[in-house]
Write a protein that binds this ligand. Structure first.
Ligand SMILES: NC(=O)c1ccc[n+]([C@@H]2O[C@H](COP(=O)([O-])OP(=O)(O)OC[C@H]3O[C@@H](n4cnc5c(N)ncnc54)[C@H](O)[C@@H]3O)[C@@H](O)[C@H]2O)c1
Ligand SMILES: O=C(O)C(=O)C[C@]1(C(=O)O)C=C[C@@H](O)C=C1
Length: 309
């Protein structure tokens, strides 16, 4: 195993690059944001190479100038890289890792940014070469936009990036190096068990998106005048749902299908709680209704206090 960086300086302006050559695979919102950050003077990589399966995206990355090199094949992109970051939809992680694997140089770090962690680990670990360190990660930052134009270098500032390392899949120095990478992207890092990660994300990210897509579908199913009034008078709570409902269909289809158990469990709990609220409204249970609203307000206040709102 080659020497991984041993000084995981949390400083975002450290000038000695963590990596000599870093390859980002999948140049959408997240890959494009990491690439823009790495092209800045943040001590991430001396050379940033980018690849996307979509030729139009590769052309756009070239036009935007957000990578030093944009080869036409994945093999050329990952060859000689000491860090390869997969930024493709979670349903494509296994195929992207398999395509990269034979071309990775011994000692390279393979990492990913997928929104689900157990599924990515399930797909990558069995095909991992022993001399490659695999460090799964997930930055908790994003927007409803996708594609190479959507990224920006400050996306991860002040946000969490969760690492879900697996025993035997990477040497400790590789995990430390990926932590340092995210800190230089401006993020705070924490290590977490992959199953726990998927449970937490099911409630804080996956269920809210499911609800947003569903409420927009319900509104869209309304007939006649009510439906047109939804759009006309949408400057209300509904509008806030439409922001996340505008997110990429491929990404979210893959997230839902790859975190099925945790998401269905959270949806079942939510449905029970929604039924309890329905019952309170039917029987005029003021105390119950006020208690639920106050809980919502408390959660919002806490998020503002910890600067995550
Ligand atoms: N969007 C978010 O808010 C967010 C936040 C954190 C993590 N993530 C995760 O990051 C990953 C990327 O999401 P995104 O929002 O950047 O998506 P995106 O749609 O903006 O970009 C994905 C890119 O991957 C490319 N791609 C697809 N399959 C490929 C393959 N096999 N090889 C190479 N390129 C391929 C697509 O052409 C596209 O350009 C996903 O796994 C997602 O779950 C997303
Ligand atoms: O802010 C948004 O638009 C997002 O959807 C970002 C968000 C989230 O749900 O918080 C989406 C998916 C992720 O894996 C991480 C972050």
């Amino acid at each position: 195993m080659s020497a991984f960086p041993s000084d995981p300086s949390p400083s975002t302006d450290a000038r000695t690059p963590l990596f000599d050559r870093m390859a980002v695979i999948g140049m959408g919102l997240i890959g494009g944001s990491v690439a823009r950050r790495a092209m800045g003077d943040h001590g991430i990589a001396r050379e940033l190479v980018a690849f996307d399966a979509d030729p139009a995206a590769r052309d756009r990355v070239r036009a935007l100038g957000i990578a030093h090199d944009v080869p036409d094949t994945l093999a050329d992109a990952v060859r000689n890289a000491d860090c390869v970051m997969l930024c493709v939809p979670v349903g494509a992680m296994g195929a992207a890792a398999a395509a990269a694997m034979p071309h990775l140089r011994p000692g390279a770090i393979l990492t990913d940014v997928g929104s689900t962690k157990q599924s990515v680990i399930r797909e990558v670990q069995p095909i991992l070469r022993p001399e490659i360190g695999f460090v799964p990660a997930h930055p908790l930052a994003g927007t409803e936009h996708s594609g190479p134009d959507a990224g920006f270098a400050t996306l991860f500032e002040g946000r969490w990036s969760l690492l879900t390392p697996v025993d035997g899949a990477a040497p400790p120095e590789a995990v430390v190096a990926v932590e340092a990478l995210w800190r230089r992207c401006g993020a705070m890092t924490r290590r977490m068990d992959p199953a726990h990660h998927d449970k937490v994300l099911a409630i804080v990210s996956h269920l809210p998106h499911l609800l947003a897509f569903t409420i927009c579908g319900t509104a869209d199913d309304l007939e006649g005048e009510s439906r047109s009034e939804v759009l006309q008078f949408a400057a209300s709570g509904f509008r806030d749902f439409t922001r996340i409902a505008a997110s990429d269909p491929t990404m979210w289809r893959d997230v839902f299908l790859n975190n099925r158990d945790a998401l269905l469990e959270m949806l079942a709990r939510f449905t029970e709680d929604a039924q309890a609220m329905a019952r309170a409204i039917r029987w005029g249970d003021d105390d119950f209704i006020v208690d639920r609203i106050e809980r919502g307000r408390r959660i919002r206040r806490s998020l503002i206090e910890i600067k995550q709102a």
